[in-house]
Design a protein around this ligand. Sequence first.
Ligand SMILES: NC(=O)c1ccc[n+]([C@@H]2O[C@H](COP(=O)([O-])OP(=O)(O)OC[C@H]3O[C@@H](n4cnc5c(N)ncnc54)[C@H](OP(=O)(O)O)[C@@H]3O)[C@@H](O)[C@H]2O)c1
Length: 243
Amino acid sequence: MKTTGNTILITGGSSGIGLGFAEEFLRLGNNVIICGRREDRLKEVQQEHPEIIIKACDVAKAAEREELAGWIKKNHPEINVLINNAGVQLHANINKNAELQKIQTEVDTNLIAPIHLSSLFIELLENKESAIINITSGLAFVPLAFMPVYCATKAALHSITLSLRHQLKHTSIKVFEIAPPAVDTELGHDTREDKAQSHGGISVEEFLKEAMEYISKDVYESAVGMAKGLKAKREEAFDMMNK
Ligand SMILES: NC(=O)c1ccc[n+]([C@@H]2O[C@H](COP(=O)([O-])OP(=O)(O)OC[C@H]3O[C@@H](n4cnc5c(N)ncnc54)[C@H](OP(=O)(O)O)[C@@H]3O)[C@@H](O)[C@H]2O)c1
């Protein structure tokens, strides 16, 4: 897809990968709208980038997703790219004491939200040069067993993306999937004792360099960095990763 002159909504654009995409697309001459739950974080980003448009929204809630779509339709009907990026990694257990609330939040945020938002935005994206970009994970292909629900949501989002691409093949909407490897962001910080610590991985800049290349070259399904190996050698990787 073209990487300039778009109007792009990025869910979860206030930190990590989403913020990286926001800054890169701004630099390339796009209008960028970001959303997230924490308004103070969105305002901090806007202070640094006054041209960015912000909208507080909890994508885990159906009513807020509908409100977001209505707000965009009214205020930014020119939108032509939706990046379903917002995600949480809550390490919900499925053993004896299944943590139902965490499971529900992970599934709502990582899976139901991108499905519902894609559906809500199709009428705004059709008949334009447009795209839906879903951010999955290398863990869509090989689960880390201590975060089973997170991995399952990403596997399901991979599957949904294949079907969505098929369903939209006769429209102008391109459907992308990008599966990041471990990237050094705030993801999963709720589960760490030291909230300032990250789970490591490549830098957002390194991730973006490869991801932007796939987007600009219309590579509709891509795994970045180490995620390539997980996609290619799933069964072998499971034992190695879950030792
Ligand atoms: N970092 C990695 O290693 C890695 C690897 C593979 C895939 N990914 C995927 O990449 C995406 C971005 O993650 P990240 O690593 O950049 O994590 P991050 O730094 O924690 O960023 C997550 C973003 O999503 C937002 N968000 C979370 N829940 C939300 C909700 N219910 N409604 C609206 N916004 C919400 C957060 O803002 P608020 O908290 O203010 O809502 C934040 O802006 C996720 O889908 C993640 O699964 C990351």
